[in-house]
Design a protein around this ligand. Structure first.
Ligand code: PLP
Length: 489
């Protein structure tokens, strides 16, 4: 008998059930509480308080599980940001499908190593299948494939490294980059694009940010001018990043036009659809992604608009062999060629990561149970509710929406009558303070950004439980909090 078979490492069936049910009970209690519409989005904790809750040395000896679980109930669950609340309209982090969270527990327990087929014959095929479904969705044929990554950031980095390798005109793997290479993206692209240029050594000065049109899309005339300027300067334009659902306002670049420019100048087209790529599955929203099948690579985050828990991102390539050109491996202790006619089955040969988990499992479970139409309905509902918010704000005299939203992100300013004649600085400060004060009440939770020189309030409607009545409530809450902020300023 080995001491690791004791209760502290539950291993037998009865013990696993006892401990497992405790977690399920906590989960059920938590969900019951947070689904109650009176529950606040957050009980605001200043950092010194939350620090104090965890400030202790590493435990030398274990304590009873009950005691540990008490601390999970309070403070962990008590103070967790309540993403289930329909009044949460903040960053692009969803309240995940509960089934996906439960699936995660199971896949963590079996802990399949997804780098190589022989360690995970089943996990490999599940990931391959999920990627096939997504590739079919974006219109890639059998030459296309993708891998799961940690999220949009890693997906964009991967795609830009592949683009660099394929367009450099030299053996980047062995010799590095010789000719200055330039990339292009819209001024509103996600910061991870610029970081990818920094991380990969291409250099952030070699990323040209193209200004946007009045509807917040990349100005394609400006893009052509920038590409030609770059060529004249003796540089090699190698990638254009079109954003499909930009983070600040949710607008979509014109992929078709950009694809034609890419063809004309032999440039790699990457579509950053971390947020909006999933809309390809919605009949109502997929028009925003017209031309996405022409992209050489695509980022799509199921942990955003496919309602999966963090983290599960994907990167897809129109020609999967470009992965192999970019991520060469020489590690005879792990990678052995498997005889098969199914292509690359050692997914780790195509990723930055070596050890990688079975993240596809949760999505695979949910896609089977709900079907893709249910996902599309959730996306449509979020976009429709955002449109309702826009319509309401347009009607109200004390609100100014920034733009007609294309998807489920909307920015606006609250300008009460008394502030109408004040300068921009005052209005900006008022919006910033009102947003912060609103979030601290815990009644609702939104974000803020600076856009076009103005400080805006920003909402992402990413909870399918958010309805019109919650939007009405948000407007009321902002007014109420705003009037208090005004008295204090
Ligand atoms: C969220 C987002 C990213 C970053 O994705 P992560 O999963 O957070 O790493 C990149 N691009 C766009 C357009 C995004 O919305």
């Amino acid at each position: 008998m080995n001491k690791f078979n004791d209760f502290r490492q539950p291993t037998d069936r009865a013990e696993i059930k006892t401990v497992g049910y405790k977690f399920i009970d906590m989960l059920a209690e938590y969900m019951d509480r947070v689904h109650n519409s009176d529950t606040r989005v957050v009980d605001y904790l200043p950092p010194d308080k939350s620090f104090a809750m965890f400030n202790e040395p590493i435990p030398q000896n274990g304590m009873a599980l009950e005691k540990v679980l008490d601390r999970v109930v309070d403070p962990v669950l008590k103070y967790a940001q309540n993403l289930a609340s329909p009044m949460y309209m903040g960053h692009q982090v969803c309240h995940p499908l509960m089934l996906s969270a439960l699936a995660n527990g199971l896949s963590n327990a079996i802990n399949q190593g997804l780098a190589i087929y022989e360690m995970s014959p089943i996990g490999t095929m599940i990931e391959k299948r999920v990627m096939r479904w997504l590739c079919d969705g974006v219109g890639y044929d059998e030459h296309g494939d993708g891998t799961l990554v940690s999220g949009g950031t890693e997906a964009n980095l991967t795609a830009i490294m592949v683009a660099r390798t394929m367009k450099a005109g030299s053996d980047v793997w062995k010799d590095g980059i010789h000719k200055p290479m330039t990339g292009f993206c819209s001024a509103r692209s996600h910061y991870s694009v610029e970081r990818a240029f920094g991380i990969s050594g291409i250099g952030t000065n070699n990323l040209v940010k193209i200004k946007e049109t009045s509807d917040f899309k990349m100005d394609t005339n400006e893009l052509i001018r920038a590409v030609e300027t770059s060529i004249r300067a003796g540089k090699k334009p190698f990638v254009i990043v079109a954003t499909a659902g930009c983070t600040p306002v949710g607008s979509f670049d014109d992929i078709e036009t950009i694809a034609a420019i890419c063809r004309r100048y032999d440039i790699w087209l990457h579509v950053d659809g971390a947020h909006g790529g999933s809309f390809i599955f919605s009949d109502r929203l997929k028009h925003l992604l017209k031309g996405i099948d022409q992209a050489d690579s695509i980022t799509l985050d199921p942990h955003k608009m496919m309602f999966m828990p963090l983290s599960i991102g994907t990167v897809m390539l129109k020609n999967q062999h470009h992965f192999d050109e970019t991520f060469k491996v020489n590690a005879p202790y792990i990678f052995h060629k498997t005889q098969n006619n199914l292509g690359c089955l050692n997914i780790g040969e195509r990723t930055i990561q070596c050890s990688r988990g079975m993240e596809a499992f949760k999505l695979w479970i949910c896609l089977q149970h709900y079907g893709i139409r249910y996902f599309a309905d959730m996306m449509n509902h979020c976009a429709e509710t955002t449109r309702y918010l826009y319509d309401r704000l347009t009607d109200e005299k004390d609100f100014e929406p920034l733009n007609n939203p294309e998807s489920n992100i909307l920015c606006f300013q609250h300008i009460p009558e008394k502030l109408k004649l004040k300068n921009q600085e005052t209005i900006d400060a008022f919006n910033f303070d009102t947003r912060n004060a609103l979030n601290q009440t815990g009644k609702a939770w939104i974000t803020t950004t600076v856009f076009g020189g103005k400080r805006l309030m920003r909402t992402t409607i990413i909870n399918p439980r958010t309805n019109k009545e919650h939007v009405d409530q948000l407007i009321k809450d902002i007014r109420e909090v705003g009037s208090k902020v005004m008295i204090n300023e």
